[in-house]
Design a protein around this ligand. Structure first.
Ligand code: PRP
Length: 522
């Protein structure tokens, strides 16, 4: 039968190639319904990538959901048969909130699961297939590898309490060493753990060995190294990196965890790991490992060869005073761009020799440019990062733009807990979490500026806003009541760009850090 391949879109082509790759390796197709009982997701909420699930009621009154995930359904239907292994692959649409657009999306996923009495060979095969899957999409890929059990053992070893564990894991995921050192008050173990990332396997082993002292954590480190050593293809070995910023919920994941990146695609396109703990939670005795490939990212992807790829580092700077200050820091770090100082209304400036490109964007938009990969790195205030929670690395506290997020009200204001508190703010999410923690009933009034007017005109009782010098509050007869969080400018990086432009990003980071350190000494 004649078949014209040109009718296929690139995600469809990749999906077909992947399916035949998995079939050739002994995996059989697992076809499933689009619907699943909602209960399965409510019991395993933390396993889901996004917490939004579209639900509806079946004709018999049961609450159903449009599948946000495939793995849970495969696990639910798997059988515990001693000595047997089930190898399945799937190609399904899932329905979840997109990390970038924050709206519900129908996303095409292809992936595989290997479930049963697994040995090292089975785990190695899944890792090889993950590499081959990335190789189907492009030659320019990177597979980042870690071990969820290694981190949980290290956390146990250094005795991090539960509440701090959550914060520490978040900081590790963001590569935020400043925050890690703050959370652990001087204990540098986790910062060292994080900086072992991207080192050669030998070097990473040595670095982590100094931290993972107990038998249980040593065992996990050896498991990780042996898994890496099981990869025989030298080209694949070169593209696999240890990345200890990969943090997956250790209530579900129990061993190897990995993420795959493609140069030119802003988010990881592949994600997987070993999830024996999920199996146990669902009453199964077997082990399991699998991964998913997110095909929706391929729609606009153009694979470029080495010479066609952009070697420039693009930097999103916040317009205004802070931007000027921060640009000065880039200049002092050796990444200057003389035309930026010229009087004009241009928004993009390039230094060809240093291969750096600056954009001026609205301060609140920097994180969006970086998260979506339009800029490789950028400088954003901690207020914006806390408000929008973009999926980016937070590499450095630049120590400039210091101010605080505070609650303020008219002088002499007394909160009446019997009434709903009216809160005017530009930072609805920060205000919401602050009062949710105190179980205080509030009514948020979202404004876009001149927030101080709200209590004066009795539009609100309090405001949640930035206080720098305190002058605006003072001149409007308002006073700060509580500080929510200290704020300063942070260097952020797109996660995918960091994989492929790491050296240059690190050079810039170190150049900026020197100035921050020098300023702190004064
Ligand atoms: C910010 C903030 C306060 C002011 C605080 O406003 O919203 O209004 O700065 O600074 P201060 O403590 O030094 O007085 P911005 O200038 O960003 O304008 P906005 O009113 O549009 O938010």
């Amino acid at each position: 039968m004649y078949f014209d391949e040109s009718v296929l879109k690139s995600d469809e082509k990749v999906s077909l190639t992947l399916r035949s790759l998995y079939a050739k390796n002994g995996y059989t197709r697992f076809k499933m319904s689009k619907f699943e009982e909602y209960d399965l997701y409510s019991r395993n909420k933390d396993f889901l990538v996004s917490d939004g699930v579209i639900t509806f009621t079946d004709t018999n009154g049961k609450l159903l959901a449009l599948k946000p995930d495939v793995t849970l359904s495969i696990v639910k239907n798997s059988k515990d048969i001693k000595g047997q292994i089930q190898k399945v692959y799937y190609n399904e649409n899932v329905y979840r909130i997109s990390e970038t657009s924050r709206t519900y999306k129908e996303l095409m996923q292809t992936g595989l699961e290997c479930i049963g009495d697994l040995d090292d060979k089975d785990i190695a095969e899944v890792l090889r297939l993950a590499c081959e899957s990335l190789n189907v999409i492009s030659e320019n890929w990177s597979l980042n590898l870690s071990n969820a059990a290694l981190l949980s053992e290290i956390l146990k070893e250094i005795g991090v309490e539960d509440i701090k564990k959550h914060e520490a894991m978040k900081a590790i995921r963001q590569k935020n060493t400043d925050e890690l050192n703050r959370i652990l008050a001087g204990n540098e173990t986790l910062a060292k753990y994080l900086t072992a990332s991207f080192a050669s396997p030998k070097e990473a082993f040595e670095k982590i060995s100094k931290i993972a002292v107990k038998e249980s954590s040593k065992k996990e480190l050896i498991n990780l190294t042996e898994l890496y050593n099981s990869v025989s293809n030298p080209e694949f070995r070169q593209k696999i990196k240890f990345d200890f910023s990969i943090v997956e919920d250790d209530g579900y994941y129990s061993g190897a965890v990995f993420k795959g990146y493609i140069d030119g695609i802003e988010s990881p396109v592949l994600s997987g790991g070993r999830y024996d703990r999920l199996m146990k939670k669902m009453g199964k005795n077997s082990s399991a490992i699998g991964f998913a490939v997110y095909l929706d990212f391929l729609e606009r992807f153009e694979d470029k060869n080495a010479s066609g790829r952009d070697s420039f580092i693009s930097v999103a700077l916040p317009k205004g005073r802070l931007g000027e200050k921060v640009y000065g820091m880039f200049e002092a770090a050796g990444f200057d761009c003389s035309s930026i100082r010229e009087e004009n209304r241009k928004l993009i400036f390039e230094n060809k020799e240093k291969a750096v490109r600056f954009f001026w964007v609205k301060p609140s938009d920097v994180a969006i440019y970086v998260e979506r990969g339009a800029a490789d790195i950028g400088v954003a205030g901690k207020d914006i990062l806390e408000e929008y929670k973009p999926e980016v690395y937070e590499l450095l506290d630049l120590g400039v733009g210091q101010c605080r997020m505070a609650v303020a009200a008219k002088k002499g204001f007394k909160d009446d807990p019997a009434k709903t508190l009216r809160v005017a703010t530009k930072f609805s999410n920060i205000a919401h979490s602050w009062y949710a923690e105190q179980c205080r009933d509030i009514d948020i009034i979202h404004l876009n500026g001149s927030i101080e007017l709200a209590p004066i005109l009795n539009l609100s009782d309090v405001i949640v806003d930035i206080v720098e010098t305190g002058k605006t509050l003072l001149e409007n007869d308002l006073e700060p009541i509580e500080t929510i969080l200290p704020i300063s400018a942070r260097l952020i990086a797109n996660k995918s760009a960091f994989q492929f432009k790491k050296d240059k990003i690190e050079t810039i980071k170190n150049g900026l850090n020197k100035q921050t350190q020098a300023r702190n000494k004064i």
